[in-house]
Design a protein around this ligand. Structure first.
Ligand SMILES: Cc1cc2nc3c(=O)[nH]c(=O)nc-3n(C[C@H](O)[C@H](O)[C@H](O)COP(=O)(O)OP(=O)(O)OC[C@H]3O[C@@H](n4cnc5c(N)ncnc54)[C@H](O)[C@@H]3O)c2cc1C
Length: 525
């Protein structure tokens, strides 16, 4: 790690802990509001999980690989296009490998490929439902018992979005939103590959099987973003997902934010019961009345702040927050592409069937490795030459249902066997793949935790489950981003509305902190 840099000043209006994409968005919003902001990123690169890495000479990747959730409110506010964000592919089609062999083209955001009109109609309906929820995701969750105008406005927008659907669609949304995704797809489709592909999109990143409650909600959450003006479109940014973070960092710098990498916040300073700044690893103090943390809730509350500043109930809940990651990442440096992958850029899925998905989830529950791992594949180098040396290709694969901790053995003696399972599964659908491999790496959730600092290596910094979303994220009573320590806010994926490259937690938290500051100003005698 490079030596820590020194901040230019000893006091700022706001200090941001963490330079993942949410920290960058929040810092930019605060800077645009005229605040002096210092952003401290513990690692050597900005971007957090979306930071760029060279895993083999010339092969660059990040942990997230596809852009589909970026919220238009964030792109607009930060003018990400003006700060260099470009898409290498704007609307990738999805192709599913069938369990029994062969493929099924599932189309892109505008068509359903070979899967037909039923899938298109189903997608369009889900897109309408997601659109009804989307405006409320870009706001602080409302207080339940309140008359404050902001909360009423959020509830009003949500109600209006749902009402706009019309009576029949509104009833249908209310019927399906609490359902599990398996029941929903069973109602609508006969084809086992279509059912499993939709279910995989609903469960990916969470410790949930297709029959787990609230998996229709997780699917709608995934669909609520809009990339390149198209809802439901799956994009590949030029320069990998790191380019999204770089555009956000450029917006932050343009707004006057000072960004220091290789510099951790060792501790949050609390004076007279309020956050008063941060302590650097060398013991130096940076004073600020406003501190925001985009680190995950467990790290923020139990390590950087520390339990002494919190009441016992809060600490108990923070300890039982569910944030054990469920997804691994496989990267392959390829000499060339086998025929099955050599067409136009696409997202490929190996979803199996609803039954194999549910069984793989069972393995996860018992700390075991799935026999048939569900996989999502992207080949960024097909659309973006910067991902791999000329003529070579990068295969980036997300593997769902990889336990954080194994019930038997550990990753040091199970890794090789599991990578063998993965390569065997891939080779069965993509003949000739193994012969093209120049280098490979497999990252478990524990590796992702070590590399990124996100507790459990969890996709969302904590499950998107009914008891951990909206007004309950990350704890009842603190969904308004403010923590029990006045002046300290949470603004990463562990805050509302959750993870994925959306930028929303950072956007909402900064706006809330600015609004709270104004209220405080007004109420001063
Ligand atoms: C395997 C996997 C695949 C994924 N694929 C996708 C995908 O394809 N598309 C998608 O949209 N999403 C994907 N995601 C989810 C997405 O990557 C995350 O939800 C998102 O990056 C979280 O961003 P964040 O800014 O909230 O937090 P993070 O990216 O975790 O950033 C937090 C930052 O805080 C820093 N930090 C922590 N403690 C300190 C400290 N004390 N001092 C200073 N800095 C500190 C960390 O170093 C880090 O940079 C994936 C996640 C995983 C695990």
């Amino acid at each position: 790690m490079s030596p820590a840099m020194t901040p230019a000043r000893s006091r700022y209006d706001a200090v941001m802990i963490g330079g993942g994409h949410n920290g960058l968005v929040a810092a930019a919003m605060l800077g645009k509001a005229g605040k002096s902001v210092l952003l401290l990123e513990g690692s050597d690169a900005i971007g957090g999980m979306a930071a760029s890495r060279e895993f083999h000479p010339g092969f660059r990747t990040a942990i997230p690989h596809l852009l589909y959730q970026l919220h238009p409110a964030v792109s607009r506010a930060l003018r990400l296009h003006r700060h260099g964000l470009r898409l290498a592919a704007a609307d990738l089609p999805t192709i599913a490998f069938r369990q029994e062999g062969g493929t099924l083209a599932l189309g892109d955001s505008r068509g359903a490929g070979d899967a037909g009109a039923d899938l298109l109609a189903f997608r369009q309906r889900l897109a309408r439902f997601a659109r009804a929820l989307a405006p409320a995701l870009a706001r602080t969750p409302p207080r339940l018992r309140t008359r404050d105008l902001e909360s009423l406005a959020t509830l009003g927008r949500l109600a209006l979005g749902v009402r706009w659907l019309g009576r029949e669609e509104m009833r249908e949304l209310l019927r399906v939103i609490g359902m599990n995704v398996a029941d929903l797809v069973e109602e609508n489709f006969a084809d086992p590959t279509i059912k499993a592909a939709i279910a995989l999109d609903a469960v990916i990143g969470n410790a949930m099987g297709p029959r787990s409650p609230n998996t229709v909600y997780t699917l709608l959450y995934r669909l609520a973003g809009k990339t390149g003006h198209r809802a439901g479109a799956i994009a590949l940014p030029k320069g990998s997902m790191a380019a999204v973070a770089e555009a956000m960092a450029a917006a932050a710098r343009a707004a006057g934010v000072e960004i220091l990498t290789g510099t951790s916040a060792a501790r949050i300073l609390v004076k007279d019961g309020r956050s008063a700044g941060v302590v650097l690893p060398d013991g130096g103090e940076i004073a600020s009345d406003l501190v925001l943390s985009s680190a995950d809730p467990r790290r923020t509350f139990l390590e950087i702040l520390g339990p002494a500043a919190l009441d016992t109930n809060f600490v108990r809940r923070a300890r039982s927050w569910r944030d054990r990651g469920t997804t691994g990442k496989l990267h392959l440096a390829l000499n060339g592409l086998p025929a099955a992958l050599a067409g136009a850029p696409a997202r490929y899925l190996l979803p199996g069937t609803l039954a194999t998905l549910e069984r793989a989830f069972d393995s996860l529950k018992y700390g075991d490795l799935p026999e048939r791992p569900p996989i999502e594949i992207a080949i960024p180098s097909l659309a973006d030459p910067s991902a791999a040396p000329a003529g070579k290709h990068l295969l980036s694969a997300i593997v769902q249902y990889v336990p954080y901790r194994l019930a038997e053995g550990d990753w040091s003696n199970r890794r090789t066997g599991f990578v063998e399972t993965l390569l065997g599964t891939l080779e069965a659908h993509i003949p000739g793949l193994r012969a093209q491999i120049l280098a490979q790496e497999f990252l478990t959730p524990a590796d992702i935790e070590r590399m990124t600092g996100a507790s459990g290596g969890h996709w969302h910094h904590g499950e998107i489950a009914l008891d951990q979303v909206w007004m309950l994220r990350p704890q009842p009573g603190m969904a308004r981003y403010a923590t029990p320590v006045p002046g300290l806010y949470l603004c990463g994926a562990g805050a509302h509305p959750g993870g994925g490259i959306t930028g929303l937690a950072g956007y909402n938290a900064a706006r809330q902190a600015i609004a709270d500051g104004r209220t405080k100003e007004r109420s001063r005698p």
